[in-house]
Design a protein around this ligand. Structure first.
Ligand SMILES: [Zn+2]
Length: 155
């Protein structure tokens, strides 16, 4: 293996093998104007204004290949496909997230408080966390598909 190839292997590694360390996540902080330029209007509404896409609008609801679902704004991997399940809600749903890759806070937009979660790197809102998911966690991360990008596993 040449030096260039070796360096590439060391810095990028296998597709998503070691995505757990906080230090590797880093932060991506941009101005509101910069986000507007960088994101589509739909992505901006969800990520920066905590909007919610209509159900059944995302092709990712029916994405069943092996791979990783990442934040569309900053490419941080959030959910491996092995965490995905069919919730019947019309939104891509996961029973767990990669450790440290999403953060939660309580939102009071509806009468009953809900737990909002967002990308740990860019702070973009992704969806809400419910406690009616399947085993082994009993959790349901209900994610807007418009703000996820799917990266199929190669090979
Ligand atoms: Zn992000």
């Amino acid at each position: 293996m040449g030096l260039a190839a070796l360096t590439r292997t060391l810095t990028t590694g296998p597709a998503y093998a070691n995505e757990t360390a906080d230090a590797a996540i880093g932060t991506l902080a941009l101005s509101d104007d910069a986000w507007k330029t960088r994101l589509t209007p739909e992505q901006y509404a969800v990520l920066r204004k905590e909007g919610t896409e209509p159900p059944l609008t995302s092709a990712l609801v029916n994405e069943h290949r092996v791979g990783i679902f990442a934040c569309v704004a900053c490419a941080l991997p959030l959910f491996p496909s092995s965490f995905k399940f069919d919730s019947g809600t019309g939104w891509p749903s996961f029973f767990d997230a990669l450790p440290g890759h999403v953060q939660t806070k309580t939102d009071y937009k509806l009468i009953a408080p809900r737990t909002e979660y967002h990308c740990a790197r860019c702070g973009g809102h992704h969806g809400h966390l419910f406690k009616d998911g399947p085993a082994p966690t009993g959790l349901r991360y209900c994610n807007n598909g418009a703000v996820l990008t799917f990266m199929p596993k190669e090979g």
